[in-house]
Ligand binder design. Structure first.
Ligand code: DGI
Ligand code: FE
Ligand code: FE
Ligand code: FE
Length: 188
C-alpha cells in the first residue's frame, strides 16, 4: 500500500523529467476537473499520477506483459503508442496496489477513450489533452470548451487526435472513434 508521497516518488523515478512534468500537469488538471464536475479529486489524482507509468517501458516488455497476462490482444496489431495505457493499468494494479476499477479504467482508457466512459475516465482523458504544459494546434480551444463542458472538451480533443491521424494516414484505433461518437451522441 503506497502513500500518495511514496507513489509520486516511485512513479516519477520511472520517467524522464519532461514526462514527470507532464504528469504533474495532468494531476493538477485532473483535480481541477474533478472538483468542477463532481468527481472524487483524490481518485482523479491517483489515476493521473499513474496514467503514463508505462510510457517508457521497452516495447518488448509491454508486449510480453500483454501476452502473458491476457490483456487486450487486439491492441497488439495497433500502434505501439497505445500500449502504455493498457500496460499502465496492469502495472498500477500489480505493482502499486491500485484496486479501484474506475481508477484502473481511467488509466487503461486515457489514450483512446471508449464507449460509455465514466466521469473519472473522461476527466483523466481530457486532462491529458489540456494540462498546462501541452502545446499543440487547437489546445486553447479545447481548454476553453473544458471550462463549460467535459464532453465538449473531450470531443474536441478526440477530434484533434483523429484529424492528426488522418493527416498522417495512420490507423485509427476503433475505440478512439467509438469514444468520440458516443460523446457526440450524448451531446445531441
Ligand atoms: O501519453 P501521452 O503522450 O501523454 O498521450 P496519449 O496517451 O493520449 O497518446 C499517446 C499517443 O497515442 C499519441 O501520440 C497519439 C496516439 N494515439 C491516440 N489515439 C490513437 C493514437 N494512435 C493511433 N495510431 N490510433 C489512435 O486511435
Ligand atoms: Fe499516455
Ligand atoms: Fe491523451
Ligand atoms: Fe499523458
Amino acid at each position: 500500500e503506497y502513500s500518495r508521497e511514496a507513489l509520486i516518488k516511485a512513479v516519477s523515478a520511472q520517467m524522464p523529467d519532461k514526462r514527470w512534468k507532464h504528469t504533474l500537469g495532468v494531476m493538477a488538471s485532473s483535480v481541477k476537473l474533478a472538483e468542477q464536475y463532481g468527481a472524487d479529486p483524490e481518485r482523479a489524482e491517483t489515476a493521473a499520477i499513474l496514467h503514463d507509468v508505462a510510457k517508457y517501458w521497452p516495447v518488448e516488455s509491454m508486449k510480453e506483459i500483454m501476452e502473458q497476462n491476457g490483456l487486450d490482444t487486439g491492441l497488439l496489431k495497433h500502434d505501439k503508442q497505445l500500449w502504455h495505457a493498457e500496460v499502465g493499468a496492469f502495472v498500477a494494479e500489480r505493482d502499486y496496489g491500485i484496486a479501484d476499477s474506475d481508477v484502473l479504467n481511467a488509466i487503461r482508457f486515457h489514450t483512446s477513450g471508449r464507449e460509455g466512459m465514466s466521469l473519472l475516465e473522461r476527466i483523466v482523458c481530457l486532462a491529458d489533452y489540456i494540462e498546462p504544459g501541452r502545446d499543440f494546434p487547437g489546445v486553447d480551444h479545447i481548454r476553453k470548451l473544458a471550462k463549460s463542458s467535459l464532453e465538449e472538451g473531450l470531443v474536441a480533443g478526440l477530434d484533434s487526435t483523429i484529424s492528426l491521424l488522418l493527416e498522417k494516414r495512420r490507423i485509427i484505433y476503433p475505440l478512439t472513434v467509438l469514444a468520440r461518437n458516443d460523446l457526440v451522441r450524448i451531446l445531441e
